[in-house]
Design a protein around this ligand. Structure first.
Ligand code: MN3
Length: 386
């Protein structure tokens, strides 16, 4: 029987690659729902090609454009963020792939869990903001959360068939575009410099997060919640070749790693076929091309956002929620030319200092703290004139 998939964020980097996977295996998968933020043209193209039951365009002003373009097709068209959160509970959906960017993934993921859907999670911010709440809800509703983030997929694959507890997680990091840049040069890097990622082709937000290594910090938090591992047992390891996608060490010192050419298609496909493996149309590794795999400790002083993420995880409560909100404001401002690279960290850390924390937050608390943190970050941003 075909697995019926909803893709939240189908026009982004993960979403389009997920549709490639689905198109290569039409016997195994069908597309039930597609959603996009504001790329109406691509959403319409995808809807015509895959004929889902429904599409959602989050930007309500684009509703007319999408519904007109699909008026001759049997595809329901909805608009707005409420529709996006509601559409995941449709009976006809088996698995929800959450490929939204940032905080916007949280509420739809929670609604999908409550509706009992299997979750393929590509949106790390959902766990950064509210990992405790989301994981508890998944246990309560007996819903599997299969990671799509390549490092977490690697760890998940290393844990297949294991019962012993994890001794240590090695979370590998490419190091981003500024790995070998002298720290004093970071003051003058531009948006274009930050968007040139050496190993992975991704959306703008995550590429900037990779340049600051906030992405890796968020992945530490994500790993903590997915694998119930204390932050002290999660080590970031800089591995510029990005061939080892992460590793797990067990009590006896044995280490399992998952390797391959950098491609998101493998983790996306594995999340959809788990526990099975099927043919995947990607470049297979030729070790002769990689005579040396190298490893180094990360430089926490050069990449203070990585350190801040560890501290936020240890502080707990709504601190990671505030870090995420401030980071989203900072990255957007950086992309718009309103903030310098090295002020991203300063903006986030000042926002954390300015914002109250709640220790055992409910979803409403997270939503409130997210909104307050964004307002505080915007206020601080006004002082960082370029
Ligand atoms: Mn990753």
């Amino acid at each position: 029987m075909q697995k019926r998939i909803a893709i939240l964020g189908s026009t982004g980097s993960i979403g389009t690659q997920a549709l490639e996977v689905i198109a290569e295996h039409p016997d195994l998968f069908s597309v039930e729902t597609l959603t996009a933020n504001n790329n109406a043209d691509l959403l319409v193209k995808q809807a015509i090609l895959f004929q889902p039951d429904a599409v959602v365009i989050a930007s309500e002003n684009l509703y007319r454009q999408v519904s007109d373009a699909l008026k001759d097709y049997p595809v329901k068209v909805y608009a707005g963020n409420d529709a996006l959160a509601q559409v995941v509970s449709q009976n006809s959906i088996d698995t929800v792939l959450v490929a939204l960017v940032g905080y916007s993934g949280l509420v739809p993921t929670i609604r999908a869990i409550e509706a009992g859907k299997s979750i393929a999670l590509a949106n790390k911010e959902t766990l950064v903001v509210a990992g405790n709440l989301v994981m508890n809800l998944a246990v309560q509703h007996r819903v599997p959360i299969i990671p799509v983030d390549s490092e977490h997929s690697a760890i998940f694959q290393c844990l297949a068939g294991e019962y012993a507890p994890i001794d240590r997680i090695y979370l590998t990091a490419s190091g981003g575009p500024f790995l070998n840049l002298p720290p004093e040069k970071l003051a003058t890097v531009t948006r274009e410099d930050a968007l040139k990622h050496p190993r992975w082709d991704m959306g703008a937000k995550i590429t900037v997060d990779s340049a600051t290594m906030m992405n890796k910090g968020f992945e530490v938090i994500e790993a903590h919640w997915l694998f119930a591992t204390p932050s002290d047992d999660i080590k970031v390891l800089v591995h510029p070749q990005s061939i080892i996608h992460s590793m797990v060490q067990f009590k006896d010192g044995a280490i399992k790693a998952q390797l391959g050419e950098p491609s998101m298609k493998v983790p996306i496909q594995y999340a959809l076929t788990y526990p099975d493996r099927i043919e995947c149309n990607v470049k297979k590794i030729d070790f002769a091309e990689y005579p040396a795999l190298t490893f180094a400790e990360p430089d926490f002083r050069k990449f203070p956002c990585l350190d801040m993420a560890y501290k936020a995880l240890r502080a707990g409560g709504t601190v990671p929620c505030t870090v995420n909100a401030a980071n989203e404001v900072a990255v957007q401002a950086f992309l718009n030319g309103r903030l310098r690279y090295h002020d991203i960290y300063a903006l986030i850390s000042e926002t954390v200092e300015m914002t109250d924390t709640i220790n055992s937050p409910s979803l409403d608390d997270y939503m409130e703290i997210d909104a307050i943190s964004r307002r505080n970050a915007e206020k601080i941003l006004d002082r960082f004139h370029i």
